[in-house]
Write a protein that binds this ligand. Structure first.
Ligand code: GDP
Ligand code: MG
Length: 307
């Protein structure tokens, strides 16, 4: 009775799917923005400056028919220092371990040799790769079409989707394509969890984000934040955080502190306000500055900071 069998098949619910998804692409193409849009919660930091995501941030999206575990990797780009090399290694190693790769390109930027290099790496990835042309809100259709053409030449057979991570354009389609590409499997994390990053890590990332945003070009990427104390005082609905801002140059200390401490105070205030909103409690935040000359070149220091 093939007919009956077919009918039964139609009535069966879709199999549950679960797996990991890496978001890769050059710095500043919108990886964190995309992740935040998909998750609806701020877990990866977003900044108009490149390279602010140094660690892998995992976001989890649990829906009726699937669970997606996202890895927001550091940008794949040329390794200039040991720190950058570490970032590239992490990003590249991730690609073969995951069930799906999202490659983000910014539609208003030209495709360069670096992108071709990434495409070469991605061509060797066996699992589904989606090419996402982001920031389409910034370009005209006429500019978009040749770009799509170029992508399909670089990565024949791969799905190409124009999106705007900022505005949410085409994100439902992206989610559908991701889900289709995931293997059948159970929930790997309990529902309701949107990230496995600790609140400590979130705190350090948000402090670092404020430093990037407030100090502009003055402070380059030689800044790291470690959390020295993170104590929850439940009865008072208060978290006490003590954090150290490490910089590799003595001259940056003054900039970070500012006139009569104004800069440090502003960094602290903005970080505290955002963390209070995210964690739903009051926070006492104390920031210290430490000059660790050459930490970006010191493997031990990098390890200590979890890089
Ligand atoms: P990442 O370095 O790849 O994680 O990039 P971010 O997510 O931090 O984004 C870098 C900048 O691009 C931020 O200023 C974002 O607001 C902006 N951005 C991201 N997606 C879009 C988009 O779809 N359209 C526009 N216009 N800007 C975007
Ligand atoms: Mg980012």
């Amino acid at each position: 009775m093939p007919e009956t069998q077919d009918q039964n098949k139609e009535k069966q619910p879709l199999p549950f799917r679960s797996g990991t998804i890496a978001i890769v692409g050059r710095p500043n193409v919108g990886k964190s923005t995309l992740l935040n849009q998909i998750l609806g919660e701020k877990v990866a930091i977003v900044s108009p400056k490149p390279q602010t995501t140094r660690n892998r941030v995992t976001g989890i999206r649990t829906a009726e028919s699937s669970q997606m575990i996202f890895l927001d990797t550091p940008g794949i780009h040329q390794a200039r220092s040991l720190l950058n090399r570490r970032m590239v290694d992490v990003a590249l190693a991730t690609l073969h371990e995951v069930d799906c790769v999202l490659w983000l390109l910014a539609a208003q930027e030209r495709i360069g040799p670096e992108d071709e290099r990434i495409a070469e790496t991605l061509a060797a990835v066996a699992n589904p790769v989606l090419v996402l042309l982001n920031k389409i809100d910034l370009v005209s259709k006429g500019k978009l079409l040749p770009l799509i053409q170029r992508c399909s030449e670089m990565l024949p057979g791969k799905e190409i989707v124009p999106i705007s991570a900022l505005k949410g354009d085409n994100l439902p389609l992206v989610l559908e394509l991701i889900e289709k590409g995931l293997p059948e499997g159970p929930k790997l994390f309990p529902e309701g969890e949107y990230t496995d990053q600790s609140e400590r890590f979130l705190a350090s990332e948000i402090i670092r984000e404020k430093i990037f945003l407030l100090t502009r070009e003055e402070i380059p990427y030689g800044v790291a934040v470690t959390i020295d104390e993170f104590t929850e005082k439940e009865e008072k609905n208060l978290i006490v955080v003590k954090a150290t801002v490490h910089t590799d140059r003595d001259s940056h200390k003054g900039i970070l502190i500012g006139k009569r401490g104004a800069m440090l105070k502003e960094i602290g205030t903005q970080a505290r306000e955002e963390l209070e909103a995210l964690l739903g409690c009051r926070m006492f935040l104390e920031l210290f500055i430490r000059v660790d000359e050459g930490w970006t070149r010191d493997p031990n220091a990098l390890r200590e900071m979890g890089l």
